[in-house]
Design a binder for this molecule. Structure first.
Ligand SMILES: [Zn+2]
Length: 334
């Protein structure tokens, strides 16, 4: 992810579509402040505590009163989008990390604790790869792979020719993590990158592209709030799924032993193709018209789109957690 304010600047209430993928790669080159990671709208820096409270209050039940409280709700939803956007926003990453940690074997859990610095957990390091992206620009392409939206499947030679994409990096960091002769520092970084990239891979717009920088160039207006398609899938829709702790609990309940076994199969490349198919069928496929490539006017999205997206987002969060846990349980057996 790249934290990008949904608002143009502190105190300014003008919504602008945000770039949430790499601002440095040439074809991903626009943003309100390219190359500068904004901390202004970090979750903890959301303008006021009240704003953060509004975020949890403005649940779906509040929307029928839209006519009466339009201005209030626009502001409140604005606060909801204060979450920095990314391949999943920090909330999505944390949730996957929390869920995966519960699914680790005792052996993998203790190895993870040893490799990470004291006090850290899978959830707390889940966003590290995004945090270092500005200081380590070479890592920016590692967060996604551009499988063309009209292609049925992945082609590594076409989509990842320099092995500089999320799939290749997951494979590389699996090797490093598995190599017990590596330094603690290299193992720690490998674990933090691997965790984040498996999470990223499950955001469909990190595995698909419609010549729109993974949806960053697709202006949308979701329930009246201007944003862009990528940002909406990173964090806008997740933010509307209820308070983080409640969402975490309900996903955790669904991740039964049999569900984990069912969800965790397949290879990294299978997972990427699955994400790509979701981008085809839901992310772009449920847009109200064939205007997904439009760069001129915002596509209006509402509750019908949200109803199609929400079950998929829940499933992708669960899949990511089950697969991250299975990967670590396999790589860190003792
Ligand atoms: Zn990322």
């Amino acid at each position: 992810m790249l934290e990008r304010p949904l608002l143009a600047g502190r105190g300014k209430r003008t919504w602008v579509p945000q770039t949430t993928r790499d601002p440095r790669t040439p074809h991903r080159g626009h943003s309100a402040s390219p190359g500068v990671r904004s901390r202004v709208w970090d979750e903890d820096a959301c303008p006021t505590r009240q704003g953060r409270q509004l975020r949890s209050r403005v649940g779906k039940a509040a929307w029928p009163v839209w006519g009466l409280f339009r201005k209030f709700l626009v502001l409140a939803v604005g606060f909801a989008f204060c979450l920095p956007a990314g391949a999943w926003g920090p909330e999505g990453h944390r949730i996957i990390g929390e869920l995966a940690a519960k699914l680790l074997t005792p052996a993998a859990r203790s190895r993870v604790a040893v490799i990470l610095e004291p006090g850290n957990t899978l959830a707390s390091v889940s966003n590290w790869a995004d945090d270092v992206r500005q200081e380590r620009p070479e890592t920016a392409p590692w967060h996604y792979i551009d499988i063309p939206i009209r292609k049925p499947s992945l082609n590594m030679a076409r989509d990842c020719p320099k092995r500089d994409c999320v799939i290749a990096k997951i494979e590389d960091f699996q090797q490093i993590l598995q190599d017990s002769s590596g330094t603690t520092q290299s193992q720690r970084e490998a674990l933090m990158f691997l965790t984040h990239f498996i999470e990223d891979l499950h955001q469909p717009l990190h595995c698909s592209d419609n010549k729109d920088r993974g949806g960053n160039d697709v202006a949308v207006e979701f329930l009246g709030v201007p944003t862009n398609l990528h940002s909406l899938w990173d964090s806008g829709l997740v933010a509307r799924m209820g308070p983080e702790d409640q969402l975490l609990q309900s996903l955790s309940r669904e991740l039964t032993r049999s569900a984990v076994a069912r969800l965790s199969g397949g290879s990294v490349r299978d997972w990427a193709e699955e994400s790509h198919r979701i981008a085809q069928s839901i992310v772009y496929g449920r847009l109200p018209s064939a205007r997904s490539a439009s760069k001129e006017s915002a596509i209006r999205l509402g509750e019908a789109y949200e109803r199609a997206a929400d079950p998929v987002i829940r499933l992708q969060l669960e899949r990511a957690a089950a697969r991250l846990a299975k990967t670590l349980n396999t790589l860190l057996p003792k």
